[in-house]
Design a protein around this ligand. Structure first.
Ligand SMILES: [Zn+2]
Ligand SMILES: [Zn+2]
Length: 312
């Protein structure tokens, strides 16, 4: 009876009804039926380059009904997609914030594993200049694998590994069937091109900061959004580190990233309905320390520390 009900519900509301009903997963959100137009944010990876088993590499899914838009492809992205009960045969589209390895180490996994998991057609990938070269190099690196899979006894579709790369500038980069994605130029140290993204759907507005120091352009583009997902480091814990180059660590953080106190001040100007801390460079700081840093910046409204597989 449960199965029949789930199938009926899935016909009415799309695939989301089945995984949510039959396999709630390890998240803290309550199981509910998600109509085809409802937008949900799933944090797939809230980590940094540090290989913390609890925090996968940067990746966020924006799920609209049964459509999955993916933002960044950090290491672990395929396993987190599976853990979140999302399709593993490729997203509707992938958006890369910048080409730092922690945000792209899962890109080859996403391209190749989605193919092995029965992807047949290219999906579009949007990101900064250099993305095409990276994609071509990755495909060249795996050319032996691709050759064997296409010509051996494995039943992979010929050419099914391909993606459509779009190197972008600021502005609207994706606008399809009620989902619009806008690239926001941000400053991430010496990177010539780094983007935040704003996603607008029928029921929600979301901004994902990517990696950035405090950005006026982001403040302007994010005014009053429903959800602001922003990177952060602990201001209180920032100090030179005892390692080669460690003297420059505080300067690096200030030029490339946003402190919890700075984020609090940004959030006061943005007034999101919910602020989610992401990509946390903790340097030992607890959740409570990061939150008190945000409050020290003046922000006293809704804020949560993002955890992998949280749903909003
Ligand atoms: Zn970065
Ligand atoms: Zn990063």
């Amino acid at each position: 009876m449960q199965t029949v009900l789930a199938i009926l519900l899935s016909l009415a509301f799309g695939w989301a009804a089945i995984p949510l009903r039959l396999s709630p997963g390890p998240t803290k959100s309550s199981a509910s039926i998600v109509p085809a137009t409802t937008t949900q944010v799933i944090l797939l990876g809230t980590g940094t380059p540090f290989p913390d088993p609890a925090s996968s590499g940067p990746a966020t899914a924006v799920v609209v009904g049964r459509r999955v838009l993916l933002f960044d492809a950090g290491p672990g992205v395929m396993r987190r997609l599976k853990a979140a009960n999302l399709p593993i045969s490729g997203p509707e589209a992938l958006f890369i914030t910048h080409l730092h390895s922690d945000h792209t180490l899962g890109y080859a996994d996403l391209i190749l594993t989605s193919w092995v998991m029965r992807r047949r057609a290219p999906f579009p990938v949007y990101g900064p200049p250099g993305l095409r070269r990276m994609t071509n190099h990755l495909l060249a690196a795996y050319s032996e694998d691709i050759h064997i899979r296409e010509n051996g006894l494995e039943p992979e579709a010929t050419g099914g590994y391909r993606v459509d790369v779009h190197e972008i500038r600021r502005g609207v980069v994706y606008d399809k069937d009620g989902v619009r994605v806008t690239a926001i130029v941000v400053q991430h140290g010496a990177w010539p091109d780094a983007f935040a993204y704003r996603i607008d759907t029928a029921d929600r507005s979301i901004v994902i900061s990517g990696d950035t120091r405090p950005s006026d352009e982001l403040v302007k583009a994010a005014q009053g959004v429903d959800i602001l997902i922003h990177e952060v480091y602990s201001a209180a814990r920032l100090k030179p580190e005892d390692r080669p180059g460690g003297q420059d660590w505080p300067r690096y953080c200030r030029e490339y990233h946003t402190s919890d106190v700075e984020l609090g001040a940004l959030a006061v100007r943005i007034q999101p309905k919910l602020l989610i801390l992401d990509h946390m460079i903790r340097m030992g700081a607890s959740d409570e320390e990061l939150l008190s840093g945000v409050r020290a910046g003046g922000y006293n409204d809704r804020v949560v520390v993002g955890k992998d597989l949280d749903k909003f």
